[in-house]
Design a protein around this ligand. Structure first.
Ligand SMILES: N#Cc1c(-c2ccc3ccn(Cc4ccc(CN5CCCC5)cc4)c3c2)n[nH]c1N
Length: 243
């Protein structure tokens, strides 16, 4: 997978070259290129923003600079790219989104700042039959798109074959079966007077699986009843319902 990121703060994306993601890049599983949006400015001040038409707070990012940047970065590789535009007004980015995008050949992330990017940049890309997804990572307000890109790239890249040491980990993700995962424990058996649940040390795999499922159902009902309500009819078996 090729990933391009366009931003006025390239340094914000440095964490993508650390740890797991850094190893995925070194292993050739991901090609990452970060581009400074100001490369495509033409004025001495390298202006990327201007006042909003119709008034209102803050500034809006200029379409000319973004249009030239997108055209140039898209031309760097012939593979079709999904253009991702983080925005507070976007569709929710979920695990299902990450799963879907993990099958893409190329992702191109545009990091807005100020009050966002002139809407015509998205409109122009869509009318050229480019795939453009305007997404939000959550119902809170950030200062720009860079942090959202860090979140989305990590969520997608960890799903690529060969990235996670143990593929089962991604298969047993929270949300992958529609439920939150339950509590996890490791040694020591007792820590500050708190013991690991006996069932986890029983060696009885059926009982352990049941216990873990019950804890996942309990936690989901307590913290995310919306996820429970959204489960498909056949997602819960009789043992689940008895819980
Ligand atoms: N993903 C994601 C995001 C973002 C995000 C993503 C990309 C950009 C680019 C610029 N900003 C700053 C900003 C902040 C507030 C507003 C709304 N306006 C304020 C007054 C009138 C409406 C517009 C932009 C961004 C924020 N925030 N939260 C998420 N889950």
């Amino acid at each position: 997978m090729r990933i391009d990121v366009i931003t006025i703060f390239p340094g914000y994306l440095a964490p993508l070259r650390e740890a797991l993601l850094g190893r995925a890049i070194s292993a050739g599983l991901v090609d990452l290129a970060v581009h400074d949006l100001r490369t495509w400015t033409r004025d001495v001040h390298q202006a990327v923003d201007d006042a909003p038409y119709g008034g209102g707070p803050g500034m809006v990012m200029r379409p000319q600079v973004w249009g030239e940047a997108l055209d140039a970065v898209l031309a760097l590789d012939e593979r079709p790219a999904r253009i991702v535009v983080p925005t507070p007004a976007g569709r929710p980015f979920t695990q299902a989104t990450a799963q879907a995008w993990s099958g893409d050949e190329r992702l191109l992330f545009t990091c807005g700042r100020y009050e966002g990017i002139d809407q015509r940049v998205v409109d122009d890309a869509r009318r050229r039959d480019l795939t453009v997804d305007e997404v939000s990572i959550g119902d809170y307000v950030l200062v720009g798109g860079e942090v959202a890109v860090l979140v989305m790239v990590e969520a997608v890249v960890r799903l690529l074959p060969g990235v996670l040491g143990n593929p089962a980990s991604a298969e047993q993700d929270s949300f992958s079966d529609g439920l939150l995962e339950g509590p996890a424990f490791t040694r020591p058996e007792v820590w500050r007077g708190l013991a690991v649940p006996d069932v986890l040390r029983s060696g009885n795999h059926a009982k352990i699986a049941r216990w873990r499922r019950d804890r996942a159902l309990e936690r989901t009902a307590e913290r995310r009843p919306d996820l429970l309500a959204a489960l498909p009819e056949d997602a819960l078996d009789d043992a689940d319902r008895a819980f």
